[in-house]
Ligand binder design. Structure first.
Ligand code: MEV
Length: 306
């Protein structure tokens, strides 16, 4: 039996602008993971069992993104689709919540196939395959989600460029709160595209403002300044409000986190529902979590960047 897993992700800053070639910073959430477990099957067959939904996929389900990913991945490494195995897929990551559940499952699936074939874990190649799966899910993704999830490390990402590692100083504690409202990244990305077409100047300025906040955030991370980073994240939320991807519930949770003493807070990911994040000092984690739950957050998680 072979078990391979991949983490969830959060976007620290720069979402949406990143689709247009501006930088963004993302980090893995190691405590929330998707898993692919490869087991021998007593038949000459191949199947994927999606344990969370009870679905079973077979090779002829080529319309399903995971089966089409298996076909593409095996073609890319010049191997036949394996027979006599089943891959059980499960995930702790809430779906349609901006935490990268689709990319994490795709990453675990491709990595499990590479390991099954005892191939070198070529992350560039795996990332390209997971990116194609993301395109099937989301239309025109920037590639940031698959990159942070496949590499499992914080990234300063610019579409089409080599990823830049971030040199971090200090520790950063985040509370992540799920609004419980399903969010379609495809829809919010399309919404921002319409806005950009209708108001290119103002929207372009918003992207530039976000760009500046992302670059300052990278600096804050390299000097270990939680207060500065927090203020930049809150400013990023204000810019995302201008792009109309925030919602009343996200705005409320951001305000509640700030009131409860967070250094800063913002929506994270596509918006329109999904998740927000709050940067907090260690001693504020519990009070910020309780305040968010009292204000309607459906689930809260914590993660550390160090
Ligand atoms: C989603 O996690 C981030 C977005 O910028 C979309 C993308 O980059 O593909 C909203």
């Amino acid at each position: 039996m072979l078990i391979v897993s991949a983490p969830a992700k959060i976007i620290l800053c720069g979402e949406h602008a990143v689709v247009y070639g501006f930088p963004a910073i993302a980090m893995p959430v190691f405590g929330l993971r998707a898993r692919a477990t490869v087991r021998p099957l007593d038949r000459v067959d191949f199947r994927i069992r999606l344990l969370d939904t009870g679905e079973t996929l077979v090779l002829t389900d080529t319309d399903h993104p995971f089966i089409s990913l298996v076909h593409r991945a095996t073609r890319a490494v010049d191997r036949p689709v394996p027979t006599g195995i089943e891959i059980d897929v499960s995930s702790d990551i809430p779906i349609a919540s901006g935490l990268g559940s689709g990319a994490a499952v795709a990453s675990a699936l491709v990595k499990s196939l590479f390991q099954h074939y005892r191939l070198e874990s070529d992350l560039t190649r795996i990332n390209a395959l997971v990116y194609e799966a993301e395109q099937a899910f989301h239309g025109t993704p920037s590639g940031i989600d698959n990159t942070v999830i496949v590499y499992e490390s914080p990234v300063y990402f610019v579409k089409g460029r080599d990823i830049e590692p971030i040199s971090l100083k200090g520790k950063y504690h985040f509370v992540i709160a799920n609004t419980g409202i399903p969010a379609s990244t495809k829809e919010t990305v399309a919404k921002v595209r319409v806005l950009y077409e209708q108001a290119p100047k103002v929207t372009g300025e918003t992207f530039e403002n976000i760009h500046s906040l992302v670059d300052q955030s990278r600096k804050a991370l390299t000097v270990g300044d939680n207060e500065w980073l927090g203020s930049l994240l809150t400013q990023n939320h204000e810019q995302l409000q201008k792009l109309s991807v925030s919602t009343k519930q996200l705005d409320l949770l951001v305000a509640v986190a700030l009131q409860a003493g967070a250094y800063g807070a913002k929506l994270s990911g596509g918006g329109g529902g999904g998740n927000m994040i709050a940067l907090v000092s260690q001693d504020k984690i519990e009070s910020v979590k309780s305040a968010l739950l009292r204000s309607g957050a459906k689930r809260v998680y914590t993660t550390i960047l160090e």
